[in-house]
Design a protein. Structure first.
Ligand code: CA
Length: 228
């Protein structure tokens, strides 16, 4: 899964971002301070995009951005700024950042920016952002296209994220809880049934015979698996 660094000191905003990243199939790596963010980037060199809050205790987001660029890393950088009035400062100081999003932002706005940045970075991130291929299926995370036998199958963002999870873990038994926390986030308050509802819908879209599924197989009393 594509990793996104989330540097944000406010826990509630951070978890809001994390939940939405997971929902859209990204793998969020959290950091509370600038120093922590730089550590996380060293630990996970495959982080493709970093979201950097500007106002932080300790070194601020601009300084983190400057240090990432000074290290020569190709990481895509999106600054999270507090107010639109900060625009001048942002444009003046954002040398090195690829984009910025002004708070408060909607999840779909943020995800659209991340998707777009990942697309732009596509060529340099081929090893992490490349298409997943399994049997007749091809899933391309960078343009979010899912195909069966070369024909596009329209999936919701949630279904796409589930397929991404399955195809990234072929043959692995995934409990319904695993799927729920990977796609909806650990703080999701709803029921496990949402997993089954989505799987049922996915089977209708991707299986040759949805009543006798061959690709998304059921592990009774546990969960699901990609492949038999
Ligand atoms: Ca802040």
């Amino acid at each position: 899964m594509k990793k996104v660094l989330v540097l944000e000191d406010e826990a509630n905003i951070r978890s809001f971002i994390v939940i939405n990243l997971q929902r859209y199939g990204y793998d969020p790596i959290e950091a509370e301070t600038g120093e922590q963010a730089l550590d996380r980037l060293r630990e996970h060199p495959d982080i493709g995009v970093a979201l950097l809050d500007v106002m932080l205790p300790g070194i601020d987001g601009f300084e983190v951005c400057r240090r990432i660029r000074a290290s020569g890393a190709k990481t895509g950088i999106i600054m999270l700024t507090a107010k639109s009035q900060e625009m001048d400062k942002v444009t003046g100081l954002m040398t090195g950042a690829d984009d910025y999003v002004t708070k408060p932002f909607s999840p779909s706005e943020l995800i659209a920016r991340i998707d777009a940045l990942y697309r732009r970075l596509g060529n340099t991130l081929e090893n992490t952002g490349g298409a997943l291929i399994s049997g007749p299926f091809r899933l391309n995370p960078s343009n979010r296209v899912f195909e069966k036998n070369g024909e596009r199958v329209r999936l919701t963002q949630t279904e796409f994220a589930i397929m991404n999870l399955f195809m990234s873990n072929p043959g692995k038994a995934l409990s319904r809880g695993d799927i729920l926390s990977a796609i909806w986030g650990d703080d999701y308050a709803g029921e496990l049934k949402i997993v089954d509802v989505n799987i049922r819908r996915l089977r209708l879209k991707i299986e040759d015979d949805p009543t006798n599924p061959a690709y998304i197989t059921t592990i009774w009393g546990y969960g699901y698996k990609w492949g038999s």
